[in-house]
Design a protein around this ligand. Sequence first.
Ligand SMILES: Nc1nc2c(ncn2[C@@H]2O[C@H](COP(=O)(O)OP(=O)(O)OP(=O)(O)O)[C@@H](O)[C@H]2O)c(=O)[nH]1
Ligand SMILES: [Mg+2]
Ligand SMILES: [Zn+2]
Length: 288
Amino acid sequence: MEGRVIAAHGRQYIVELADARRLSCFPRGKKSDVACGDRVNIQQTADDQGVIEAIEPRSSLLYRSNEIRQKLIAANVDQLIIVVATEPAFSDELISRALVAAESEEISALIILNKCDLTDRLAGARQRLAVLAAQGYRVLELSARDHADDLRPWLAGQTSVLVGQSGMGKSTLVNALIPEARAATREISLALDSGKHTTTHATLYHLDADSHLIDSPGLQEFGLGHLDRQEIEIAFPEFRPFLGKCRFRDCHHHKEPDCALIAAVDAGHIDKARFAIYHRIVGNQRDN
Ligand SMILES: Nc1nc2c(ncn2[C@@H]2O[C@H](COP(=O)(O)OP(=O)(O)OP(=O)(O)O)[C@@H](O)[C@H]2O)c(=O)[nH]1
Ligand SMILES: [Mg+2]
Ligand SMILES: [Zn+2]
């Protein structure tokens, strides 16, 4: 039988079949490289249980990785939605890393600035996101508490995944759009005190027959150890006009003479902070 993974809790997966029945499944063998959103072949072993025999080829796979291991975020998504908020503070580097992941999987990206009802830090947040909007990324301002519906047109006909730091309001958005989801949400102060993320595993919810939304646990890091230098530099849209124009073909855009990217930074065509983030991602820190 074929089904789709709609929840991934460690090695246990909830698989939804074509007739909407849901089975609790384990993968065959030790390795567990199944992600929420995966299309799988299963063998039913009991009324409500099954074994995952195979994973169908994926149209996309979002994951993060460090030297030791990789963590799957979601499979077969069309759109990555990065959720930040006016508060708590968000990381520009995390956003850029998520954008690189989306570019490398060739899926579209949307940035949401949530909690716009909290106006104290709204102007500052807007200003930081303007750098990304200038690169052509779509930035949508909203408040999950009172007008989450603004997001609905952006979700139509696609499978989207919400990612971002803990407390940004991803699950609140899910509940606002899909009340029957009843995803757990928590006051930030409580969440920070416990040191835990409120959402503990990825879950796929249906908006309608062909629009789906995946909620994922908050993340603090977005390791991109699986990408090489070329893949990372091409994932910065504002670098593209300058790539291939450095004096050295294998230029690291670090301290080399006649580097087209460094010249573009100096001329104000590339944002300094984004350039610094690029260097942190590829792992050669620049000193200025
Ligand atoms: N004022 C305001 N608060 C919001 C808004 N959206 C979410 N919150 C609050 O922010 C807190 C965190 O929201 P969650 O939805 O649990 O955050 P999350 O991103 O799912 O967090 P993790 O599951 O830990 O990754 C909750 O107390 C929400 O009520 C909003 O638009 N405005
Ligand atoms: Mg959550
Ligand atoms: Zn260069």
